[in-house]
Structures are given as C-alpha cells and as structure tokens.
Design a protein around this ligand. Sequence first.
Ligand SMILES: Nc1ncnc2c1ncn2[C@@H]1O[C@H](COP(=O)(O)OP(=O)(O)OP(=O)(O)O)[C@@H](O)[C@H]1O
Length: 245
Amino acid sequence: MIRARDLVVRYGETTAVDGVSLRIDDGAYVAIVGPNGSGKTTLVRTFNGLVAPDTGTVLVDDTPVEADLVAARQAVGMVFQEPRDSFVAATVGADVAFGPRNLGLSQTEIDRRVETALAAVNLDGRADERIDRLSGGERERVAIAGALAMEPDHLVLDEPLTGLDEPARRAVLSRLEALHADGTSVIVVTHDLRGVLEAADRVIGMTEGAIAFETDAEAAREELAALDVYVPPETAPPTRQSTPE
Ligand SMILES: Nc1ncnc2c1ncn2[C@@H]1O[C@H](COP(=O)(O)OP(=O)(O)OP(=O)(O)O)[C@@H](O)[C@H]1O
C-alpha cells in the first residue's frame, strides 16, 4: 500500500504538489489525470523517493520512503515518460536484466526474472533484439518489462501511451490490464484516457498541485469535463483475446 500524507513539493517559487494525501491499495488500478503542470509527475515521483517532499510523508507498506529507499524502489516500479531516455543497454534482454543485476541476484534468478518480465509484456523470445530496431509500442513494453523485473507490488507509468499508434496503445493497455489481473497495482499518469477509464477502478484528478477529485471511473467523466480534460466516449475495454500484440 502507498500512503501519502500532507505532501508538499516545491521547486523554488513553484509549489508543484500542494498538500496531497492519498492511499493506493495493493492491487488497485488508478488513473491520475489533470492539466499540464498540475503536479502529476512530481506526485508519483515521491512514491519511490525520486522526488523528496518538502513536507509530509509517503509510506510504502507502512515504511516511510526515506527510511528505506531501496525497499521503496523495489516495491514501486517506475516507467518514465520518455522510455527512450531510460534504456541502459542495446538489447532487450540486457536492458531488462540491468535492475535485477544491480540487486546482486544470481544469474539463474536474473534469467528467470528477465524471462518472466518479457513474457508478461508479450515479448517472449525477443531478448537478443536491439532496442533501437523496435517500434514505439515495443519499446514501451521493454520499459515496462524492465520495471517488472524488479518484481514490484506497484507499477507507476508516466504517460505510457504518448506517441503510440492505436495497435501499440491497445497492446500496452492490454498488458497493464493483465498485470492488474495478476495482482500488481497499476498507477497510470495520462492525458489519454481512451481505454484507461474503462480499466481503472479509481480516477484521481489534479489541479494546481492538489487533488480536485477522487472517484470511480464512471463518476469521473463529469469531473473530467469540468477540469477541461478530454473525455473519450465509452468503448468496450481492450481484451487480451482481441488486442493485436
Ligand atoms: N525539476 C523542476 N524544476 C522546476 N520546476 C519544476 C520541475 N519539475 C516540475 N516543475 C514545475 O512543477 C509544476 C508541476 O509539474 P509536473 O511535471 O509535476 O506536472 P504534470 O501535471 O506532470 O505536468 P505535465 O502533464 O506537463 O507533465 C509545474 O509548474 C512545473 O513547471
């Protein structure tokens, strides 16, 4: 469980997060939405200590993040806005292995984790491929696999759908739904709510660093319109069977 209490984060004169308290239960699927600059990225980066709050605390499984950064980073996996910038190796397998290797795990355990993580994003057997030859959607899925190889309880994705074409977007969403179904909690920061509203069990709307609303996805439609966030028409959620991979 992730719990934030009275979080404030400032960058100089700018207050990016202004008194946020929230709770994200294990196994949740939460969408965080809001206008540009409303503090979404800053907020989620406090969940594993990438950003330290000026005041307030974040607890991951009842331990303050700053008290055990290593534990927080293992429990809360983070997939960044531009995965292209976060790859550390040339090939898929080497990149996904990087995190587990840094944990000092045995080669057998690293291999197991890489294999499991690639399978979870439908990239089985692609470990030797070069990342720069992959499509945008495949690269996003490698980034997700990299986070999964740390076996996190929570997976935070910051704008995972930006720049993806329709089949790639549906493939990523489908993978997230499968992970959620397997018990990982999924926290998605996104402007693109197509397919997300249908899947999320909770939507948190932010404006000016604060939580403007927190509701289930159905009630979120009205709130989102008031926030001037584009609300897609209701569609059937992507399914594992019908989604192109
Ligand atoms: N490293 C930084 N240094 C200074 N100001 C920052 C920094 N990061 C964010 N900010 C400012 O903090 C505020 C919140 O930014 P943040 O990126 O958290 O919002 P966001 O809702 O994720 O925005 P976007 O949707 O554009 O990514 C903005 O005013 C932003 O300009």
